[in-house]
Design a protein around this ligand. Structure first.
Ligand SMILES: Nc1ncnc2c1ncn2[C@@H]1O[C@H](COP(=O)(O)OP(=O)(O)O)[C@@H](O)[C@H]1O
Ligand SMILES: [Mg+2]
Length: 253
């Protein structure tokens, strides 16, 4: 998809409501005044020159390519209005790293953004292939752009069958490290949240990833692996990479 058609599609689908964007009616919109302030703060701090184009518009977030002095980056904005609070609370309350923050600080959505950022940092620490996190400001995350000048990296689900196997293996290898080394369970791992770029797979979309200490961690792991097995089956891929063991289980044999 070329850049202009991506933008046009989003506008045609009414994803960007320019009237509301400019007007006073800010309730329920992504670009409420506070979000604009947060964007401005980040842009000043990191020398971002302009928003290049929207990459994705989901129910709960918007992702844009932005241009800095020399480098492209990605800005992910969590929509303050539509994030399903009940739903996301499940992933925050059970995670010992974030339970305290939830109690002491006001807004759940800021905790959510910080959680994704912290998960990216943690993965980086263990050399797991994820976009480098750059900054988090309220409901916005800045991270490295994965892709070339023409277009962002494709998702695993959009890769041609004849190129799939190495990307699938690469994703499974990164996922194994994420579970066994960083001790994080992604909890939304699937062909939708894997970017494929220059023969390597990157894991993205980590807001919901939890510590293995979360009471549902084993179930989340089983679900993640179930998604990947189903994808492999549908696409006639082999399962070359050993599946991760739940942290701690290795020692108990
Ligand atoms: N760092 C990145 N570089 C390039 N594209 C990205 C990056 N992060 C996200 N995207 C694109 O934006 C889409 C949505 O991002 P994601 O983090 O999965 O949010 P959502 O919660 O909306 O699924 C992804 O499917 C991917 O196409
Ligand atoms: Mg996603």
């Amino acid at each position: 998809m070329d850049e202009r058609s991506a933008l046009k599609q989003l506008i045609d689908r009414d994803e960007f409501n320019f009237n509301d964007f400019l007007g006073e009616k800010t309730e329920g919109l992504v670009f409420d005044r506070r979000t604009l302030d947060n964007i401005y703060t980040l842009f000043k701090q990191f020398n971002i020159k302009y928003v290049d184009y929207p990459i994705s518009s989901g129910k709960e977030s918007l992702v844009f390519k932005v241009e800095g002095e020399r480098k492209a980056a990605v800005m992910k904005i969590f929509k303050t209005s539509t994030l399903r609070f009940q739903h996301i609370n499940e992933y925050i309350e059970g995670d010992p790293r974030f339970m305290k923050q939830r109690k002491s600080r006001g807004s759940l959505i800021f905790v959510w953004a910080r959680k994704e950022y912290a998960n990216l940092l943690e993965c980086k620490k263990f050399k797991i292939r994820v976009p480098d996190p750059v900054a988090v400001e309220k409901n916005i995350i800045l991270m490295k752009y994965i892709g070339d000048k023409k277009s962002p990296a494709k998702k695993l689900k959009d890769i041609n069958q004849d190129e799939l196997q190495p990307y699938f293996d690469s994703a499974m290898a990164e996922y194994k490290k994420m579970v066994e080394k960083a001790k994080l369970i992604h909890a939304d791992f699937s062909e939708y949240n894997i970017l494929c770029y220059r023969k390597k797979s990157y894991i993205i979309d980590m807001g919901q990833a939890v510590s293995y200490k979360h009471p549902m961690a084993r179930d989340f792991l089983a679900r993640d692996l179930g998604n990947m097995r189903a994808f492999a089956r549908r696409n006639a891929l082999s399962l070359n990479i050993k599946e991760p063991k739940f942290p701690g289980d290795q020692d108990e044999q």
